[in-house]
Ligand binder design. Structure first.
Ligand SMILES: *Cc1c(COP(=O)(O)O)cnc(C)c1O
Length: 394
């Protein structure tokens, strides 16, 4: 059994925490591909079934040792008391909604969140009598004005996708707590290697493990971490409703976590270099990246993030045609909506990830037709720049 030290650093926790070595004395974390677990006797079975906290293994929809190892490791990295793994990032957000909201409750949510998150609140939670108000993520007065006595939680993503705007997490947490609400943060873009929302005052953190936690584009998964009391509610939802993580995927994410800090530092270093280079290209009208000293929230970014992550966006003069021309001129970068991969991806948000918004909503969100998003990967920076060299000809 590995013993977890409270003072371990991020890399050590990512490599060593959560693994309870079995009697086989294995070095790496085993994959428990079993749907259920056996009992020593009828009385033992009855005793285990009476336990609803997830401390004993009964059935892999409830708990599984490989999944538990991932949950414990991610919770340790985020500085949380407990984690609950889910089948996807969206399942994590759904589980949070089901755990903390009742019919008639209201949510205040940043306008700049993942598209499916908007869809979940607007198309599905509404059917259960839950209303969501979308506000500008930087505008604290708007968050406050959207609250009433039915509001139960704030939901935010920072930095935002694709414009890299930041929410001031300590300020938002203070506002939430002054009104008795929970602050839920989607920490997908930063991961705990770069930003620890719970230390900044958040109550609950959600993740799409599909992105940087895996980091290599291999599997779909998610997680919720936070206080034991809150996670008991989330665990109850996942155990009962069933959006659980598969043990194989949990093992993939454990392998991903082992290199999380190294990767996030390398993504951040490449992204900063690319952002700086892009600013010097003649066809580029603006670059959005919180690591740039002239980003309007650079000081806040330095306060709440250890580095600035791998996602940036830039605007080319000439609108959609010019943006598409840049994308089509690349030969190495992957044209895909995904992000958080070791391979660099390039996207035109206005016609893909944000195409479902009305033109007015897109304009309000700052998603222009000339905007291109890059999730900077781990290739050599000179090769990424070379693949974008047609920018010079714009
Ligand atoms: C991808 C993503 C999600 C959803 O995660 P899935 O694993 O695809 O369900 C949620 N939030 C953010 C910020 C994401 O990028």
């Amino acid at each position: 059994m590995s013993e977890q030290k409270n003072n371990w650093g991020t890399s050590t926790l990512a490599l060593r925490s959560g693994h309870r070595r079995t009697a086989e004395r294995e070095h790496g974390e085993p994959i428990f591909t079993t749907s259920s677990f056996v009992f020593e006797s009828a009385a033992h079975a009855a005793e285990c079934f009476a336990n609803e906290t997830g401390e004993v293994n009964i059935y892999s929809r409830f708990t599984n040792p490989t999944v538990a190892c991932f949950e414990e490791r991610l919770a340790a990295l985020e500085g949380a008391e407990r984690g609950v793994a889910t089948s996807s990032g969206m399942a994590a957000i759904l589980a949070v909604c089901m755990a903390f909201l009742n019919q008639g409750d209201e949510v205040v949510c940043s306008r700049s969140v993942f598209g499916s998150t908007v869809g979940l609140f607007n198309r599905y939670m509404t059917r259960f009598g839950i209303t969501t108000h979308f506000v500008e993520l930087q505008d604290l007065a708007a968050w406050e004005a959207a609250c009433n006595d039915k509001t139960r939680l704030f939901f935010v993503e920072t930095p935002s996708n694709p414009l890299c705007e930041l929410a001031d997490l300590p300020a938002l947490a203070e506002l939430a707590h002054s009104k008795g609400l929970k602050l839920v943060v989607d920490n997908c873009f930063c991961t705990p290697a770069l930003q620890k929302p719970l230390e900044l005052g958040a109550d609950v953190v959600v993740h799409s493990a599909t992105k940087y936690l895996d980091g290599q584009g291999r599997a779909i998964g998610g997680a919720v971490v936070g206080r034991e009391k809150d996670m008991a509610e989330v665990f109850g939802v996942v155990r009962t409703a069933g959006p659980c993580m598969s043990p194989f995927n949990a093992w993939v994410f454990l392998k991903g976590l082992e290199t999380l800090k190294l990767r996030m530092d390398a993504h951040s270093a490449n992204a900063l270099q690319l952002a700086t280079w892009l600013q010097k290209q003649p066809g580029v009208a603006a670059v959005h990246y919180a690591g740039l000293p002239d980003h309007p929230q650079h000081e806040l970014a330095k306060k709440q993030m250890r580095a600035f992550g791998g996602v940036l966006s830039f605007e080319v003069a000439g609108g959609r045609d010019a943006a598409w021309a840049v994308i089509d001129s690349t030969s190495m970068l992957s044209i895909t909506g995904n992000l958080g991969d070791a391979k660099t991806t390039i996207t035109h948000p206005a016609t893909t990830t944000h195409a479902r918004l009305t033109p007015e909503a897109r304009a309000a969100a700052g998603i222009t037709d000339g905007l291109v998003r890059i999730a900077v990967g781990l290739e050599d920076i000179v090769d990424i720049q070379a693949d974008l060299s047609k920018l010079r000809l714009l």
